[in-house]
Design a protein around this ligand. Structure first.
Ligand code: K7E
Ligand code: CUA
Length: 693
């Protein structure tokens, strides 16, 4: 009980007295009522403290993972405007790893070292940042399988694949004919396709036109990307759509498998002051895309080969070097040429999320300005299509009647419904951005069952597997945009937060509150055993096909190629070899190719050189990483290991001497006495790799 509700008792006690004993002097009454209220208040606060402590104790034990023990789930939270992905353990909320995707990361050298730079290549050149919104686990038969994690790039539309055996980004595909890859990278139940839809309509192909020609010239596209073969992501086809804003998507499943649903807003086609002008229509749409029909039309040659400009970047599994390939065409489908490929379902009002329940029958929209949560029925939609229950047509796309597809509406759910997840037990949970709560309701009866306040302004919520056919419905994670007074102040900018809620019982229970990095929009989670045991511990040195690999100390060295100087170097506890380099001249570009020749789990070395206008690199055991360095002044510059790897980590260092251009100092690479003696021993045995190149 709170002080406020105790006050309510106080005043009602007062009223009671007033009614029953109207003749008593008012003052006596006040004193009597005050005394009662004080007792009530005291008793209440005492019980409250006790109950809270008991609750808190319970909650703590439910999220407590003792030192040395593993979490039950891996959770992958998007990093929002930091452009990366964070892996957390649940229920503890422990941060396990920041996975570099679209943003350069000086902590590891991602996007700074030569091997990974091509991953960030786009038609706009090297793009060192993006905005990630939605993580999506690959699925088999509609269930997350722990093979890959996909993540969208929202700003420069891209999709990325993260390999969950290494937790490394292995592939990035740019999406052409698009602007704002927001409805992405949601998967079909077999991971045959992931999708990306334009958030912002633009001229397609993009062109220099007046913005006021929006209605004539601006279009949207829906991209279907083949995703089930690592290294081979590609745009299978695009569908040209009217110039609206496309927001979110989810695949059908079970009976609706083969369909994809996308929300859209700004059907008003406003191009200025959208806040006002795109909120006029009472209903916008969900687009229902028939994938099989699209595939058929593509097979019949109805998709036009359309010029497109985009990059496909792949990290080679053997060399650990990324290559970027430019592509020039896509197949574009016009719904007018392929009847039955898209239908519009009217949906109130400026819908945001669209979520399909585990049975595949219900399609739930989050109408952020709507007063209800509208739920469409897939079977009713099919009947409406068969009956041609159309109310109109938008650029060749039939609009179904609202009443012909709607299954029900959740009444008075709260304010600002955004996203819905499912527990697999017939319940749905919807985030309410404006009223800052998670609302639990029942599929089929649409009744609200429970509410949980969250702090504050929740965006997405996530149940492990909660958008799949088999949710693990034990926990719900609420990802909140605003934390205000929740944590110790850290200046004007505060962390976003995640809150873990127990949903195993009838009533939701708040368990844990932890700050997050960047702004997680969506997240995915999966039982740890589906990933844990497949985790790679080190890269086999014998499999390292990087042309600049150095597999033994004896193989290290230095060589000049015009103005380029290549250093082949190994790192092992606790030295580099070679560790003294001379003969570098001003005007040279130096490439340090460092191979970590350790073959042991978690033995990582780093490499940094003084004055480098780059970053350091971190090198996993068995891997080779190349740091480019352009010296700007003459002198002697130390380099050192940046990862505290061993007792003699501080000894893990070397020097590189830079002489004036045209100097006669010979190009030499010395190794330390210890490395040198090891080299001699190594030289007596046959070497798999020839000396410095
Ligand atoms: Cu609602 Cu980008 Cu999915 Cu943010 S999005 S919350
Ligand atoms: Cu190697 Cu520190």
């Amino acid at each position: 009980m709170t002080v406020r509700s105790a006050r309510r008792i106080f005043s009602s006690t007062q009223e009671l007295f007033m009614k029953r004993v109207p003749l008593l002097p008012k003052l006596t009454l006040m004193i009597a009522a005050g005394a009662i209220a004080a007792v009530v208040l005291y008793a209440c606060s005492a019980t409250e403290t006790k109950t809270n402590n008991v609750l808190a104790g319970n909650a703590a034990s439910k999220v407590y993972v003792p030192p040395g023990q593993y979490d039950e789930y891996y959770a992958f939270l998007s990093g929002g405007f930091n452009g990366q992905v964070m892996a957390y353990g649940l229920p503890s909320g422990r941060l396990l790893k920041l996975i570099s995707v679209y943003s350069q990361n000086p902590e590891t050298g991602w996007g700074y070292n030569e091997e990974t730079k091509p991953m960030l290549q786009t038609t706009y050149g090297f793009v060192p940042w993006d905005d990630t919104h939605h993580t999506e686990l690959s699925q088999t038969n509609g269930v997350p399988d722990g093979r890959w994690l996909f993540i969208n790039g929202n700003n420069t539309p891209r999709v990325a694949r993260i390999d969950l055996t290494t937790f490394e980004t292995t592939e990035i595909l740019q999406i052409p004919n698009a602007a704002g890859g927001h409805a992405s990278p949601f998967t079909t139940p077999d991971t045959k396709y992931i999708v990306s839809a334009t958030r912002f309509s633009v001229p397609i192909p993009n062109a220099d036109v007046s913005i006021s020609t929006f209605k004539q010239n601006f279009k949207g596209t829906l991209s279907f990307i083949t995703a089930d073969q690592p290294g081979k992501m590609d745009i299978s086809f695009q569908i040209m759509m009217p110039g609206f804003n496309y927001d979110l998507g989810h695949a059908g499943k079970g009976p609706s498998n083969g369909w994809f649903f996308f929300t859209m807003y700004n059907t008003e086609q406003a191009y200025q002051k959208l806040e006002l002008n795109a909120s006029q229509n009472d209903k916008d749409f969900i687009a229902a895309v028939n994938i099989r029909q699209a595939e058929q039309c593509v097979a019949q040659g109805k998709a036009k080969a359309t010029p497109a400009d985009y990059f496909h970047n792949v990290m080679d599994a053997k060399t650990h070097i990324a290559r970027a390939e430019r592509k020039t065409t896509v197949r574009m489908l016009d719904p007018r040429e392929c009847p039955g490929v898209v239908y519009f379902l009217p949906t109130p009002k400026s819908p945001h999320g669209v979520d399909v329940d585990p049975s595949g029958e219900y399609i739930v929209a989050g109408g952020k300005l709507a007063t209800v949560i509208p739920v469409h029925s897939f079977s009713r939609m099919q009947k409406a299509i068969a009956d041609k229950a159309f109310e109109s047509d938008v650029q060749g796309i039939p609009v179904l009647k609202y009443n012909s597809t709607i299954a029900g509406e959740v009444q008075k759910p709260g304010l600002g419904p955004l996203h819905t997840e499912f527990d697999g037990k017939g319940n749905a949970y919807t985030s309410m951005f404006i009223s800052s709560e998670v609302v639990k309701w029942k599929l089929g009866t649409w009744e609200v069952l429970d509410r949980m306040p969250v702090y504050y302004s929740v965006g997405h919520i996530m149940i492990p597997g909660g958008d799949s056919q088999k949710p693990w419905g034990k926990y719900l994670l609420s990802m909140n945009k605003i934390t205000k007074d929740r944590y110790l102040p850290t200046g004007p900018e505060l962390a976003q937060s995640a809150q873990l809620i127990d949903i195993s019982g009838d009533k939701m229970k708040m368990l844990l509150d932890f700050p997050t990095i960047g702004e997680p929009h969506y997240a995915q989670a999966i039982p740890a055993e589906l990933i844990r045991d497949k985790s790679v511990k080190f890269f086999k040195l014998s499999d390292n096909a990087n042309p600049n690999v150095t597999t033994s100390e004896a193989a290290g060295g230095i060589r000049r190629d015009g103005k380029r100087v290549h250093v082949n170097m190994i790192a092992i506890r606790s030295h580099f070899a070679p560790d003294n380099l001379e003969g570098v001249q001003l005007g040279d570009t130096v490439y340090f190719h460092v191979t970590n020749i350790e073959q042991d789990w978690d033995i990582v070395h780093g490499f940094g050189v003084m004055g480098a206008q780059n970053s350091e690199v971190v090198i996993a055991p068995g891997a080779t990483r190349t740091l480019k360095w352009v010296p700007t002044i003459v002198g002697v510059f130390p380099f050192y290991c940046t990862d505290f790897c061993s007792a003699l980590h501080q000894e893990m260092q070397g020097y590189v001497r830079v002489s004036p251009a045209g100097s006669t100092v010979a190009l030499t690479a010395n190794v330390s006495a210890r490395a040198s003696s090891q080299s001699k021993r190594a030289q007596q045995t046959p070497r798999s790799v020839s000396g410095p190149r």
